[in-house]
Structures are given as structure tokens and as C-alpha cells.
Design a binder for this molecule. Sequence first.
Ligand SMILES: [Ca+2]
Ligand SMILES: [Ca+2]
Length: 103
Amino acid sequence: MISCLRKCCPQGLRSSRGFAVAAVLLAVALAGASGATCVSEADFDGNGAVDFDDFFLFADHFRTEPGGPGWDPALDLDGDLDVDFDDFLRFADDWGVCEGDGG
Ligand SMILES: [Ca+2]
Ligand SMILES: [Ca+2]
């Protein structure tokens, strides 16, 4: 990337200040790109990662059904109107595929 910046950037961006501006723009572009490609139904809290926070939410709602206490259709990953081991397997498939601010 640095070699590209040296070869491709306009003269104004070759200064240290210009390089800093380019680096910030690149970071924003990469953050936007990773957010756009990192979408998982298992990211229950929407922090951009499928992580322990999502696991704890899932565990809190495990073995729930519509009309019962704790039912949340967002955690029914296979859409068969319960939160069970089949949903856990789908959750596990997405574990760690996204990296966000949740670590
Ligand atoms: Ca999450
Ligand atoms: Ca289910």
C-alpha cells in the first residue's frame, strides 16, 4: 500500500500531512468495507462480531419458544420457531467470522 501511495498519489499527498490524510481516508474506507462484508444473523447485539456477548444472549434464550418467557425470534437462526441446538450449530458456524469492537 505504501508503495502504491508513493507511485499513485498526487504530489500533495506525498507530504507527511498528506500521507496522514490518506491513511485516515484509507482506514475509513477499510472499516466501511469490512462492516459491509461482515454481516451475520448470529451477531445478536450488532457490534460487528460474533463473540461471547452473542453467546451469552443465545444462552439466555436457549430452549425458548413463541409465547414463552424469553422468546426472541432473532435468536431462532433456522426459523423453526424455537431456540435449540440446531440454532446453536448455526451460531457456531458463524463464530469468530467477524471481528468488531466486541473482541
Ligand atoms: Ca455481536
Ligand atoms: Ca430454531
